[in-house]
Design a protein around this ligand. Structure first.
Ligand code: ATP
Ligand code: MG
Length: 305
C-alpha cells in the first residue's frame, strides 16, 4: 500500500489495512529502547487513503490521516472514565507526526462492534427486508434516518481485504468470543455510543451510528478499546439542524464518497468485480472539507494540518 514502506527509525512495518499501517519496534538499538520504554506496542499510522464498499480508492484525501488520528485521540480522552484504551504515547517519528499513536498491542476480537441510534445504510437495507437488524426486531414504519426507540448493538464480522463485512446476530458474537466477552463488547459499545451521542449532540452533530474495535490487553487482561474511534470513517455524523427522516441526510463523513461512487457520474457498478474509478479532484476536496468540519464541530478546534 502507498506509504506502507516508510522508513521509521526504530520501527518495522508489520501490517497494512485499508487505511492504517502498523509497525512494531525493530531489533535496532532504537527499537530495543522503544520496547524497554513502552513494552509490547504497535505504532498505528493513519494514512490519507480512503476506503468505501471495502475498496481502497485513489487518490487519497490530503490531511485525512491527521484528522482521523487527532479526532480519535480527543475521543479517547472523553471516554477514558468509561473504557480503557490502547493509547500509550503520541511521541512518534517526525515523518508521521500528527497521524500516528504508539499503542498497546492488543489481541483484537474479530468483531466490528457497531452501535446504531438511527436507521440508515446496511441497517436500513436489512430492515426493509424483514423488519429486523441483526435479528433485533424494530417497530414498523421506520424510514431512512429514523431515530430508533433505543440504540442497538448490531455487530458485523471483520472481512479480509476485498471481502465485505457482514452484519451478524448477537449469537454469532457469542459463538466467536464466548458469552461473557460478547456481553462485555455489547455493553461497552452501547455505553460508548450513549456518551458520544450526547457529546456530539451538544455540538450540533447527530451520531447516527459508529463502529468500534476492541481487544484484550495482554498485560492487564482487560477488554480495551483499540483502533480509531468516532471518526468520519467509522461513524455517520449528521448536522442536527438538517435532520429530516425519509431521505438521505446531509453528513460530515464518508457518505459523500459512497454517494459519488454509486451515482451515474462515477460509471461504476458496485456489484461488479471491477475496481472503482479514481476520485475526481472536487470529490477529494469536498470530502476533505467534510472531515475537517466534523473535527471542528466536535472538538471546537482547528486541525493542525
Ligand atoms: P483489516 O484488519 O481487515 O485490514 P481494515 O482495512 O479496517 O481492516 P485498518 O483499519 O486500515 O484495517 O488497519 C488497522 C488494523 O489494526 C486493523 O486490523 C485493526 O484491527 C488493527 N488494530 C488496531 N488497533 C490495534 C492494536 N492496539 N493492536 C493490534 N492491532 C490493532
Ligand atoms: Mg479498520
Amino acid at each position: 500500500m502507498s506509504d506502507a514502506a516508510l522508513t521509521l527509525p526504530g520501527w518495522r512495518h508489520v501490517y497494512s489495512g485499508k487505511v492504517r499501517d502498523l509497525y512494531e519496534p525493530d531489533a535496532s538499538a532504537a527499537g530495543v529502547a522503544l520496547r524497554e520504554r513502552h513494552g509490547d506496542v504497535v505504532l498505528v499510522v493513519a494514512s490519507d487513503r480512503v476506503s468505501a464498499y471495502d475498496h481502497v480508492l485513489s487518490p487519497g484525501v490530503p490531511g485525512k490521516g491527521v484528522v482521523l488520528t487527532q479526532l480519535s485521540l480527543w475521543w479517547f480522552e472523553q471516554l477514558a472514565d468509561l473504557v480503557p484504551n490502547h493509547v500509550v504515547s503520541t511521541d512518534v517519528p517526525g515523518a508521521v507526526a500528527g497521524r500516528a499513536m504508539v499503542c498497546r498491542r492488543l489481541d483484537m476480537f474479530p468483531v466490528e462492534c457497531v452501535a446504531r441510534g438511527y436507521l440508515t445504510g446496511s441497517g436500513l437495507a436489512e430492515y426493509r427486508q424483514n423488519g429486523e437488524v441483526t435479528g433485533i426486531a424494530l417497530p414498523a414504519g421506520l424510514v431512512d434516518g429514523s431515530r430508533l426507540p433505543e440504540p442497538v448493538f448490531t455487530p458485523a464480522t471483520k472481512a479480509e481485504l476485498g471481502e465485505h463485512d457482514e452484519n451478524v446476530r448477537f449469537s454469532v458474537v457469542v459463538d466467536t468470543v464466548g458469552p461473557e466477552t460478547a456481553e462485555t463488547l455489547r455493553d461497552l459499545t452501547l455505553a460508548v455510543y450513549a456518551r458520544a451521542e450526547r457529546v456530539a449532540r451538544e455540538r450540533g452533530v447527530i451520531l447516527a451510528d459508529t463502529k468500534l474495535e476492541f481487544g484484550t490487553d495482554p498485560v492487564t487482561g482487560a477488554v480495551t478499546l483499540g483502533d480509531e474511534v468516532l471518526t468520519p470513517d467509522s461513524s455517520r455524523f449528521w448536522p442536527v439542524d438538517g435532520w429530516e427522516p425519509g431521505r438521505a441526510q446531509p453528513s460530515f463523513d464518508k457518505q459523500f464518497v459512497r454517494d459519488w461512487l454509486t451515482s451515474s457520474a462515477s460509471g461504476w457498478d458496485r456489484a461488479s468485480d471491477t475496481p472503482p474509478p479514481p476520485l475526481p479532484a472536487d470529490v477529494v476536496e469536498r470530502t476533505r472539507a467534510r472531515y475537517i468540519e466534523a473535527f471542528e464541530r466536535l472538538t471546537g478546534r482547528t486541525p493542525d494540518l
